[in-house]
Design a protein around this ligand. Structure first.
Ligand code: FES
Length: 66
């Protein structure tokens, strides 16, 4: 599960998400999610052409075993 933290900066809420290799997170672009800034799937039930922004950090490839 990605770690995230909120902080106020210059009077505005700032969210930092820290991902580890192999993790992914979906951000809302439709502005209808009840869990902003994250996508909660609400975009599927409203009229919008926007789906989530998905960020993936690939897991490192395993070295071949000899
Ligand atoms: S809920 Fe907004 S993109 Fe999924």
């Amino acid at each position: 599960m990605p770690e995230f933290s909120n902080e106020e900066r210059n009077g505005r809420l700032r969210t930092t998400v820290t991902l580890q290799p192999g993790e992914r997170v979906s951000f809302c672009r439709c502005q209808k999610s009840a869990d902003l800034p994250f996508c909660d799937g609400t975009h599927k039930t409203c009229e919008t052409t926007f789906g989530p922004l998905i960020v993936v950090v690939p897991a490192p490839e395993k070295a071949p075993e000899n």
